[in-house]
Ligand binder design. Structure first.
Ligand code: ATP
Ligand code: MG
Length: 293
């Protein structure tokens, strides 16, 4: 267990907010967003845990975790062989811990089928560490199987990275229907935190068209911040670093800093609204799932 975890255990603080980074489509920037949003939140002095729930282990690698550091990982947590505290390790980012994953996790989908409360296993584990962090981010695999379901049941809100390309809205509507089903049957508090357009190329007309379409259908759910396609972002993982540590001044890093700011603004709006116990619609906090027509 990382040392700073023991030192920092608070007595009575707000429990962590849990954000799942999900989209069943592959290669849309989930892991990049998870790593860099987590890093930017840690830079704002938030205590951050990133749970790698993808057997590809890209978030684990991208944060410079050595193979030994993966000995106990999210697979062991899901099947009940380790607690989150036993599995979490330090990262290259001060104040940020990661629960690594490795290929074993692909077997968990099958192993979980016969286990009790199979969709709730991550949520139950997270409940035990919620007081230790301000934010817990979950990097989901590119599928809507039991792993992503565990993340959606554990989460307060979902952050959806979306690449502006043809069929983007169709994929999004499928994801939103899944989120609505989870909200109805398994996790009534689940909301959509927001949709972030990723790998955006301003010179590409299709990108622009799709972005306008997504904003027209999803309105305030879409963050103002757009993550540009940027070569420094794609280079950073091979150095085992978030782009924010690799090149803080590049356009990709600056965009992720703006995204973190927007996420924190929505969080403030959300916590102010919960304090007022307002049940009305919120203009800038996380939004309830709305189907895409
Ligand atoms: N803004 C960006 N600019 C340039 N390259 C990017 C950007 N965002 C992500 N990439 C690159 O695109 C690829 C896919 O990104 P990433 O791994 O974050 O997607 P993913 O949705 O997590 O993929 P998967 O579904 O396989 O888990 C990676 O090689 C990544 O480095
Ligand atoms: Mg990924």
């Amino acid at each position: 267990m990382p040392q700073n975890l023991e030192e920092k255990e608070p007595e009575a603080v707000k429990p962590a907010r849990v954000l799942a980074i999900a989209n069943q489509k592959g290669g849309v920037g989930k892991t990049t967003t998870a790593i860099n949003l987590a890093t930017a939140l840690a830079a704002c002095e938030k205590r951050v845990l990133l749970i790698d729930l993808d057997p590809q282990g890209n978030a684990t690698t991208g944060l410079g975790v050595s193979p030994e550091g993966r000995a106990r990982n999210s697979y062991h947590v899901l099947i009940g062989e380790a607690s989150l505290v036993e599995a979490m390790v330090e990262t290259v980012v001060p104040g940020m811990l990661v629960v690594p994953s490795d290929v074993n996790l692909s077997g968990a989908e099958l192993e979980l089928i016969d286990m009790p409360r199979r969709e709730h296993r991550l949520a139950l584990n997270i409940a035990a560490v919620r007081q230790r962090f301000d934010y817990i981010l979950i990097d989901c695999p590119p599928a809507l199987g039991l792993l992503t379901l565990n993340a959606l049941v554990a989460a307060d809100a979902v952050l959806v990275p979306l690449q502006a390309e043809f069929y983007a809205l169709e994929g999004l509507s499928h994801l939103i229907r899944t989120i609505e089903r989870v909200k109805r049957h398994l996790n009534p508090k689940l909301e959509i935190h927001g949709i972030v357009l990723t790998m955006f190329d301003r010179r590409n007309n299709l990108c622009d068209m799709v972005a306008r379409d997504v904003r027209a259908h999803m309105g305030a759910a879409v963050y103002e911040t757009v993550i540009p396609r940027n070569v420094r972002v794609s280079e950073a993982p091979s150095h085992g670093k978030p782009v924010l540590l690799y090149d803080m001044h590049c356009a990709g890093s600056q965009a992720y800093i703006r995204l973190a700011r927007e996420v924190l603004q929505r969080e403030q709006a959300h916590s102010a609204a919960s304090e007022l116990q307002s049940s009305g619609p919120q203009s800038s906090g996380p939004v309830s799932p709305t189907p895409v027509s």
